[in-house]
Design a protein around this ligand. Structure first.
Ligand code: NAP
Length: 251
């Protein structure tokens, strides 16, 4: 996009600094504060898939102050959504979203993953973070895809084949209808189990999750992404302590 001229080297540096400081401060400071040039959100985030889940998560990132591109193969259908969200939100094609985001979120039916990987995998692999919200679901995507994913180590490792090593699985089993009321919940926050192999990507994902009002809980590397799908013990909503407890029995 023409109004998104980012100095990628500087941004990469800022993100590296942000992640480093985030580690030093036990993750208590949001990336937005650490990396933000005065008056400008530090991250441009895009979503491939702006349906129920991608749309709801994208709205939370906008509320947290990030620039957000919602994409569709039919971008006109998203005008109402971004009009409601204000100037930080914009609409693009899938190709524009892939270019726009420092962080790209994937919230598509798993059947779309192979094609997205084929068309955009090289570019996505260079992103600091690709958040994989997508799930292989037999009744929707077909038993063949679920079998293929299982044979390739589960959803985390399988997705990384298409989207690259900076993939982090997150938000896979929190229903779209609950996201806005769960965010910044009173009392104990809702925990978000995450799995990924790249430490920098995991740091950024953790900061973003805190910013939008949830508590990230690292479950392990991408191999543990197989548990971040609906129907596993981690499915549904749990506090961070409950997630840690459940995860002790998962390997
Ligand atoms: N809904 C939930 O509560 C929930 C919770 C956690 C995780 N998830 C997971 O999130 C993913 C999306 O679920 P959803 O409920 O949000 O589905 P949805 O409402 O049907 O939205 C799917 C989105 O995917 C896009 N899409 C489909 N094929 C595409 C392709 N080939 N290239 C680019 N974009 C494509 C569609 O965009 P177009 O406008 O181009 O058609 C649409 O915006 C699924 O894998 C689901 O398992 C959902």
């Amino acid at each position: 996009m023409t109004n998104h001229r980012i100095d990628n080297g500087r941004r990469k540096f800022l993100l590296t600094v942000a992640a480093g400081i985030t580690r030093l401060t036990a993750g208590s400071l949001p990336v937005r504060v650490l990396a933000q040039p005065a008056g400008e959100p530090p991250l441009s985030i895009s979503t491939i898939g702006a349906g129920r889940e991608g749309g709801a998560l994208g709205a939370l990132f906008v509320k947290a102050g990030h620039r957000m591109m919602f994409s569709s193969r039919h971008p006109d259908t998203l005008k109402g959504l971004v009009d409601e969200l204000g100037p930080l939100a914009r609409v693009g094609t899938v190709a524009e979203a892939v270019e726009f985001g420092d962080v790209v979120m994937e919230a598509v039916p798993y059947t779309a993953m192979e094609q997205i990987g084929r068309d955009y995998g090289n570019t996505l692999a260079k992103k600091v973070l690709v958040i994989d919200v997508s799930n292989p679901i037999a009744r929707r995507d077909g038993a063949g895809i679920v079998k293929w994913v299982d044979e390739h180590g589960g959803a985390g490792l399988a997705t990384a084949k298409f989207l690259g090593a900076h993939t982090v699985r997150a938000f896979n089993a929190i229903g779209s209808a609950k996201l806005s009321t769960d965010a910044h919940r009173q009392g104990e926050l809702v925990g978000v189990p995450i799995a990924g192999d790249d430490a920098h990507a995991m740091d950024i994902a953790s900061s973003l999750i805190r910013e939008i009002g949830f508590e990230p809980v690292v479950i392990g590397g991408l191999a543990m992404g197989k548990y971040l799908v609906p129907g596993t013990p981690l499915g549904g909503e749990h506090t961070a302590d409950e997630i840690r407890q459940i995860a002790t029995n998962l390997h």
